[in-house]
Design a protein around this ligand. Structure first.
Ligand code: 5RP
Length: 267
């Protein structure tokens, strides 16, 4: 692997082999989703606790201070919306030249295995990998399920994750599921877990993050269950404790409870 590729990956995956990516890219198909209406305000208090931001170029340029050093995973697929015909009908929205101009650590693209747009999305991933290899930019593949959240089982996620790795993704973002080791063992590149829509309790989130880490995930790319929480800073710190400090779900839940009343520092 070339120096540039290795350097970028090491910005994302920390010395302990783990990572906490904070996705704030949801607006590219959901519009001003709850608690991300003003992305800059949502991101600012959380930035110190994330290892990288997953973000579109529009929100990066408009809402993130370029002087604040934080590795960027640039969302480069899109073209569909929640009110359109099919969420799986995505193309590549952002060139590799833009990614270089924005000095990103990686680019991210969704694939839609099992949909009418499976072939296009997989060929888009392969094309992006070709370009990324040329310039030393890793590609994170997102195993997207669109509206079909029930697809999130080990069989499907293992299939989609393995295909992403075979096509050259350097990191695969998928969902946690029962038997997550089937996904991680079948995928020869690192796997990170997304959260999906907000779940009922903080403990549920902390439990699945902990379970996934024990079963082979290297970290998370987890958004709504952090920034839609009533206490997002307490939540990201609690998740960070599992990922980087070996906390159990119970310990991180105690941490969340002890932090949630604290005032949030504003720069
Ligand atoms: C949205 C994405 C998100 O990056 C991903 O789903 C993680 O966010 P969340 O934890 O909110 O599901 O790909 O398109």
């Amino acid at each position: 692997m070339d120096w540039g590729m290795k350097n970028r990956l090491s910005q994302l995956i920390q010395a302990d082999g783990h990572c906490l990516f904070l996705p704030v890219d949801h607006g590219y198909f959901q519009g001003p989703t709850r608690k991300l209406e003003a992305p800059g305000k949502t991101i600012e208090p959380l930035l110190d606790y994330a290892d990288a931001l997953f973000i579109t170029r529009g929100v990066l340029r408009s809402s993130v201070d370029p002087k604040r050093s934080k590795p960027i995973i640039l969302r480069v697929s899109g073209g569909a919306s929640v009110v359109g015909k099919d969420l799986a009908n995505e193309g590549i929205t952002t060139s590799m030249e833009e990614a270089l101009r924005l000095n990103v650590a990686a680019v991210g693209i969704s694939i839609f295995v099992g949909t009418d747009y499976e072939r296009e999305s997989l060929l888009n991933l392969a094309k992006l990998v070709d370009e990324g290899e040329r310039y030393g930019i890793p590609v994170m593949a997102v195993t997207a399920v669109g509206r079909e959240l029930e697809k999130r089982d080990a069989r499907y996620l293992a299939l989609a994750s393995r295909i992403a790795a075979e096509l050259g993704a350097k990191v695969v973002k998928t969902y946690w599921c029962e038997g997550f080791e089937k996904v991680s063992r079948g995928c020869p590149v690192p796997v990170v877990m997304a959260g999906g829509p907000q779940v009922d309790t903080e403990l549920e989130v902390l439990e699945f993050v902990y379970d996934g880490m024990q079963r082979g995930a290297i970290g998370v790319n987890l958004g709504r269950n952090i920034w839609q929480n009533d206490y997002p800073v307490a939540m990201i710190k609690a998740i960070r404790a599992i990922i980087h400090e070996k906390a159990t779900a119970k310990e991180s839940h105690e941490l969340y409870n002890s932090l949630k009343g604290e005032p949030v520092a504003v720069r």
